[in-house]
Ligand binder design. Sequence first.
Ligand code: GLY
Length: 441
Amino acid sequence: MKILLVSSSARGHAIAEALMRSRHKPRLVALSPNDNVGIAKIAEYHQAVDIMDFSKVLSIAQEHKPDFALIGPDDPIGGGLADALEEIGIPCIAPRKSLARIESSKAFARELMHKNGIESYPKFMAFQRADPELMNAFVERCDGEFVVKYDALKGGKGVKVSGEHFQKREEGIAYAEECIAECGTVVLEEKLVGVEFSLMSFVSGTSVVDMPAVQDHKRAYEGDTGPNTGGMGTYSCVDHALPFLTNADLAEAKRINRSIAQALIKECGHPYRGILYGGFIAVRDGVRVIEYNARFGDPEALNVLPILESDFVDLCLGMIEGSIDDGMARFQKKATVCKYVTPASYPSAKLEVGKPIDIPKGDTTNARVYLGDVSQDSHGRLLLGGSRSIGVVGIGSTLEEAEEIAQKMCSGIQGPVRFRRDIGTQTLIQKRIDTMQSLRN
Ligand code: GLY
């Protein structure tokens, strides 16, 4: 069994590790935009290449002839790498370009929901030309609280929210006009109030198998303050639910993922094969979709993959063959807490690039260390890049235990780094529970 993994970051390391646990003992051919020290240690072949250079990726794929490919990041998925690989006979765990519009086009995602009666979306309106009068009228309908979404992939920086990224309505409208000038379309949406969570599912056509629900923390600093980041950490619970959600909320999110998979086949004429990531918000009266992604979340993948008991390669083969069921994706009844260790000045500056860090050796039975934006020098020392450096995951029989493990591991890392101590703590989780209680009341 040979697998081509096109990935990057600590998420790629977690995917590689999950594949390598398989009874198939796969040989891994891994391509990443930078040398990934973690993946390089376990892959048979690892090369740093521009993963958007599809002809390069295809020529490496043709040379190695993998049984299938798994594509991690949004850009190559949104750009159609799965279509290109499938054309040369390599099945992919990643949707084709038309299906990946569920992530790469915010207007497509909303219109798909609207057309198919999947009603869990906020008020929205897509614009192809700047029309300040109509835009203002829409913002009025949202009581002045609105979200502006760039209609293409923008490295997680395309969405701007009133009260967070802009204060005045005119600033939001000006950004909307910029979006139209750059990518042709902008989506304006009502701003929702509630608590966000992620529900990822393995999808093969209309077969959908859910992973444990996870909560991400986007803000850079403790207490959910500071600028947004790619995600500073995540947690998941023993029961695979989240303490601020009702059973009905989670069931609704699961139902929506299924409806989306069905709507995508109907719309695009091909089955979706890969990971469908629903970004949801629990609100006063249920759940709404914030956005969809066509891939594993980062860090969410770092929570769920280490506790996947089933054989990940069998699961991938099932997705390719079009037959998966709940029995093929069993997860340990464990809690997980992931904390990203980042350079101390992340995300604003890159002052620590090239500085060495040291990860002490310790008991890693219930901990995982996934290497992200770090390189290795000729002495074997790990050096910081400018982005998220190391995803540290604690696994426990309770959330408290998982948090303690992650916290201890992160605290032991030497160098100019930081992490959010509050992620996965009872205090922060209680805040989410209180927010939802007061909204529901
Ligand atoms: N955790 C956010 C993302 O993967 O997009």
